[in-house]
Design a protein around this ligand. Structure first.
Ligand code: XIL
Length: 447
């Protein structure tokens, strides 16, 4: 039986290694995004799904990001599906993961027109009842996580595109004052949490962002607890608003923080190297705009991997909107974020393929691993990945590749059906192996 301490240090090693040890070896020293951001006084975050926080997904979420936002786990329909009966399972799990990885949590979201439980939306309520339902909801949820949430998206999406108030359960029942009340109740439940209003299509200077600006200004003047503005930033390829930085700055000048809360950049599928290069430029310019304004404190991506993005399900024909592909290989967009945060340029040069080795699970005698081969600006019609194991590391089984181990040398070649790695795409193969003593992560060589 290995000691707990050994297990933890190995887990830490594996966490970093899945990301750090890529081929070509020149990329081996990439600094995690969270560290690049911290050096600039910023926090970089991601939305997450609680049930996925293990294996490579958990490794990347923990290693690369300094802030987590529950994608759905804290919404009203999730936490109170039946009136008076609560389910905090996923929200608790995400908060615990964040604490274990020294991460902030952005609470999302308390007052919204969407993803409310049907008992609430189908009910008939007087405005007094509605008000007390909302106050109870906010007090209960904010109170439960008091001291554990850095910032709450208290009110989500209150405006129409023309800057008028959106017609919702809350606006229709309580009037525009529901916003001030919600902020006041949230502040009472956790005075230390930063309280935000969050919306989309408010990234540039336009009618909707100006309505938000005027609201924040009047809330500040009235002494209502409002600490920040969230710009969701669900963007379309090549359409970063030219006035983004100017807009961030005008909110900052009101004396509130700004966060980019839900960044993704969707493209018409299929992705290709030209689109991925544009996407890199788009991510880079959004992050650079935030980095340029002192009060822009957090940049959060709405899912870090294309396998966990809302885009394909919501915008048919669009996808590939996040910084990692479906196999967890970093895309050019990842390097765009890193470069805007002052990271050295480690993008694979145009016309390169890389191999990334990761341990997806490990137990006392064995482990399961995977290697992802990704190409940008070029393609492969066959491949061979090789590495050298240390003492005690022995491959036992592989899938989606033919692997042999001779002494310490492991060589894997493509199966008949996955030799092709398209430009902008990737292929992953997996394996089981045994280990004893230690289980270091090797550098993988392609070719
Ligand atoms: C999305 C989630 O990502 C999806 O899983 C869910 O089905 C719908 O909601 N603006 C928001 C987020 O504030 O809460 C939304 O999240 C995306 C748009």
């Amino acid at each position: 039986m290995r000691s707990l301490r050994t297990g933890l240090s190995l887990a830490a090693l594996v966490t970093g290694a899945a990301l750090l040890f890529t081929a070509p070896a020149a990329h081996a020293a990439d600094t995690p995004l969270r560290d690049l951001a911290a050096a600039k006084g910023k926090v970089v975050g991601t939305a997450v799904t609680g049930s996925k926080l293990t294996g490579s997904y958990g490794d990347i979420a923990g290693a690369q990001f300094g802030s987590l936002t529950p994608g759905n786990a804290m919404k009203w329909e999730t936490v109170e599906p039946t009136q008076g009966s609560f389910n905090w399972t996923e929200a608790d799990q995400i908060v615990a993961f964040a604490q274990a990885h020294n991460q902030q949590v952005r609470g999302h979201t308390l007052v919204w027109h969407s993803q409310n439980p049907s008992w609430l939306t189908n009910g008939t309520w007087t405005s007094a009842q509605l008000s007390s339902l909302l106050q109870n909801h906010i007090s209960t949820e904010v109170g439960r996580y008091k001291g554990k949430i850095a910032a709450w998206d208290v009110v989500n999406e209150p405006f129409n595109e023309d800057g008028t108030y959106r017609s919702t359960l809350w606006y229709n029942g309580l009037g525009a004052n529901y916003i001030a009340q919600a902020l006041t109740w949230a502040h009472a439940a956790d005075p230390a949490a930063k309280l935000y209003i969050n919306d989309y299509n408010v990234e540039g200077v336009n009618a909707k962002s100006t309505a938000l600006y005027n609201l924040v200004k009047s809330l500040r003047a009235a002494g209502v607890p409002i600490d920040g503005v969230g710009l969701q930033a669900h963007l379309i390829l090549g359409q970063v608003p030219a006035t983004l930085q100017q807009n961030i700055q005008r909110f900052a000048d009101l004396g509130v923080d700004v966060a980019i809360t839900e960044l993704d950049v969707r493209m018409a599928l299929p992705a290709d190297s030209g689109k991925l290069a544009q996407q890199k430029a788009d991510f880079k310019s959004v992050v650079a705009a935030c980095a340029a304004v002192t009060r822009c404190v957090n940049i959060t991506v709405w899912g870090f991997t294309d396998s966990d993005s809302w885009v394909p399900g919501t915008f048919p024909g669009y996808g590939a909107a996040t910084p990692y592909d479906e196999n967890y290989a970093p895309k050019p967009a990842y390097y765009g974020i890193a470069e805007a945060l002052g990271g050295t340029t480690t993008t694979p040069p145009t016309g390169a393929c890389s191999a990334t080795y990761g341990v997806t699970s490990q137990w006392n005698t064995g482990f399961t691993g995977q290697v992802t081969i990704a190409c940008t600006g070029t393609a492969l019609s066959s491949w061979r990945a090789s590495w050298t194991y240390g003492t005690g590391q022995q491959l036992t089984q592989a899938w989606n590749a033919t692997c042999t181990q001779s002494g310490a040398a492991v060589t894997c070649t493509n199966a008949s059906y996955n030799g092709t790695v398209p430009d902008g795409g990737s292929v992953t193969f997996g394996f089981n192996a045994s280990w004893s003593g230690s289980n270091p992560v090797p550098v993988v060589t392609l070719g």
